[in-house]
Ligand binder design. Structure first.
Ligand code: ATP
Ligand code: MG
Length: 302
């Protein structure tokens, strides 16, 4: 594909999967198994396309880093075995490690529980010029905690502040926090890797039946699977209330890993391309200085 074609494909993938206004969003309208965002493209083409997009992403990231104005925060949320780790590995494989940070958020530590629910994430936000990736995030606070509200007790919040609407309030707080980030140069892009319940079962069975994949299997994941419907309700509510033009959710069909990876990398490329990134301009004074140093180097004897 030519660079222009990649950019156009990236734009149409973004348009297809971005939720910029959550009011009318329904998860039932999103098919985890479709691969229709790039007509004519099949699984066999995916390796080449992914390599080309990784290359383009690396070029854009180099400018992001050099310009040092914007930060990019990419958030990945999904049910277990949807392929978060694989997406992060593949999509970021060509990027300069110095310009990128990945943080995985697991159940909070004692120290983390001694603070508000955003604290641990705020400490990990990407600096200017950087791409930050959150593998799970503060959104767990309206997902796993909503599905298992007994977790709230471990959070040591003053009891009179734990009302019936606590999750709606958290969603509102997250929305405002992301607005604040946007106004300060952090571009937030969120991905829900939408795997079907049937495909998750297939992948769990694979993890059990393939010795090299045994380490990935966790009985706890199967337990969470029992709460599938509650999770879907929580995801839907999260997407409805925290999608905006500035920090959209992208609901990516995840039953076909090759397609999911292309879709995610396309949306990241479109995000970077929309920033009009440029290498910093060198002024006259600096140009003269460079010329002078060049002359000194050339005059060296050896
Ligand atoms: P993998 O299984 O691929 O290694 P993972 O992200 O599933 O990756 P795990 O250690 O299996 O990692 O799971 C992390 C667990 O931590 C998840 O069940 C998640 O819901 C939970 N978790 C994350 N954030 C919070 C939170 N704020 N409060 C409670 N539980 C959380
Ligand atoms: Mg897990």
């Amino acid at each position: 594909m030519k660079p222009q074609d990649i950019l156009e494909a990236a734009k149409s993938l973004r348009k297809k999967y971005a939720v910029t206004d959550g009011d009318a969003f329904l998860l039932q309208n999103c098919n985890p198994n479709e691969t229709s965002g790039l007509p004519g493209i099949k699984k066999g083409d995916s390796k080449e396309i992914l390599e080309e997009s990784v290359q383009m992403m690396a070029e854009l990231q180099d400018m992001l880093y050099a310009q040092d104005h914007w930060s990019i925060l990419l958030i990945f949320q999904a049910m277990d075995a949807a392929g978060k780790d694989g997406v992060i590995k593949h999509v970021m494989s060509g990027i300069n490690p110095q310009g990128c940070e990945v943080h995985s958020f697991k159940a909070p530590s004692t120290e983390e529980l001694d603070h508000d629910f955003l604290w641990r994430s705020m400490r990990r936000l990407p600096a200017r010029g950087m791409i930050g990736i959150f593998n799970r995030s503060y959104y767990e606070e309206v997902l796993v905690v909503r599905v298992h509200p007994e977790i709230l007790q471990s959070q040591k919040i003053p009891p009179e502040l734990v009302g019936k609407n606590i999750f709606e309030k958290r969603q509102a707080d997250i929305r405002q926090m992301e607005e604040f980030l946007g106004r300060n140069g952090t571009v937030v892009r969120k991905f829900f890797l939408n795997v079907s319940k049937a495909e998750q079962k297939k992948r769990f069975l694979e993890r059990i039946d393939t010795p090299e994949k045994n380490w990935k299997f966790s009985a706890a994941d199967v337990k969470e699977r029992q709460c599938w419907d509650q999770y879907m309700e929580a995801y839907e509510s999260m997407i409805q209330t925290t999608s905006s033009k500035e920090s959209p959710w992208h609901v990516i069909p995840a039953d076909n890993k090759w397609y999911m990876r292309i879709a995610v990398s396309g949306i990241i490329i479109d995000t970077l391309a929309s920033l009009n990134l440029q290498y910093p301009k060198v002024d006259e004074k600096r140009l003269a200085q460079l010329k002078e140093v060049r002359a000194t180097l050339m005059a060296e004897k050896e």
